[in-house]
Design a protein around this ligand. Structure first.
Ligand SMILES: NC(=O)c1ccc[n+]([C@@H]2O[C@H](COP(=O)([O-])OP(=O)(O)OC[C@H]3O[C@@H](n4cnc5c(N)ncnc54)[C@H](OP(=O)(O)O)[C@@H]3O)[C@@H](O)[C@H]2O)c1
Length: 260
């Protein structure tokens, strides 16, 4: 499946996996496509958007600095996407990539998780905002003959396997997988993919190596880095886009980097 002229919204696009996905996407979509990059760091977004525009002059690149842990951040992102509505007529694909995420406090174990507000804040960003952003974007770009709508949930092995010190992360990823499975059940025309990108050498991995409460787990991640066992981030981004384009997965499924 060619992506053709695509309208793409990528959250967490300022660095790490989201940024790599944007670079790979830019190389695959047809001229006249638009990429909307979302994250909090305005300067990083501005710089990356500039690089992409220079490299791919046929594409429209825009960005919005928004904190997706807040209602205002979600609203600003939806407003920015609304600005692309005039491009919808000519679009073949709308692609929404829910990539932004955080680990939460991994220095605490389950029994130390006593702060309800901190827990709520975690789920507000990692679960609620992904739901409300996706629903609003699907409303902004409704079902339309000839328009493919694809929603990606950047997931993790943590969605299906418990890890010590990851109470919030595992719970959030599991909730997101189920949330997007419901979307797949309800909206037959929307292709929904939960993709586990594998362990990637990003800021998030650095956090795991330095802040994780469980010493054995922490050492495991340090060893993985030292032994060169982390997954190549570009290979993982390419695989995710290949899965979307090959289009043989069951909508709503969780597909991991290592599975395909
Ligand atoms: N790295 C791994 O090993 C790994 C493995 C499995 C799954 N994943 C998943 O892959 C995704 C990307 O991970 P990563 O490793 O690339 O993470 P990362 O390096 O920590 O990057 C996170 C991205 O999310 C953005 N972000 C963070 N908080 C935000 C907020 N409140 N509002 C808007 N944007 C926010 C960050 O940009 P700003 O700081 O500019 O906002 C950044 O662009 C995550 O969903 C993660 O759970 C990662």
């Amino acid at each position: 499946m060619e992506l053709g002229r695509a309208l793409c919204v990528v959250t967490g696009a300022s660095r790490g996996f989201g940024l790599t996905v944007c670079r790979e996407l830019a190389a695959r979509v047809a001229p006249g496509s638009w990429l909307l990059l979302v994250a909090r760091s305005e300067e990083r977004l501005r710089q990356e958007a500039g690089r992409l525009m220079e490299r791919w002059p046929g594409l429209g690149i825009s960005w919005v600095a928004a904190d997706l842990s807040t209602k205002e951040g979600v609203r600003r992102t939806v407003m920015a996407a609304d600005g692309l509505k005039s491009e919808r007529e000519a679009a073949d694909t709308v692609l929404i990539i829910n990539n932004a995420g955080s680990l939460g406090d991994i220095s605490k174990s389950f029994v130390d998780m006593t702060d309800v507000v901190a827990v709520d804040n975690y789920f507000s960003f990692n679960v609620s905002s992904a739901l409300c952003l996706t629903s609003s974007l699907l409303t902004t770009f409704p079902r339309c003959p000839g328009l493919r709508r694809v929603v990606v949930n950047v997931s993790s092995l943590a969605a299906i396997k418990p890890f010590k010190s990851w109470t919030l992360y595992c719970t959030g990823k599991a909730a997101r997988d189920m949330m997007f499975r419901v979307l797949a059940e309800e909206e037959a025309d929307v292709r929904v993919l939960s993709y586990g990108p594998g362990p990637l050498d990003t800021d998030m991995q650095e956090e795991l190596r330095t802040q994780m409460a469980d010493a054995e787990m922490r050492q495991c991640f340090i060893d993985m880095k030292n032994e060169g066992k982390l997954v190549d981030i570009e290979a993982s981004a390419r695989k995710m886009l290949d899965i979307i384009q090959t289009n043989t997965y069951k909508s709503g499924d969780h597909v991991d980097f290592y599975e395909v």
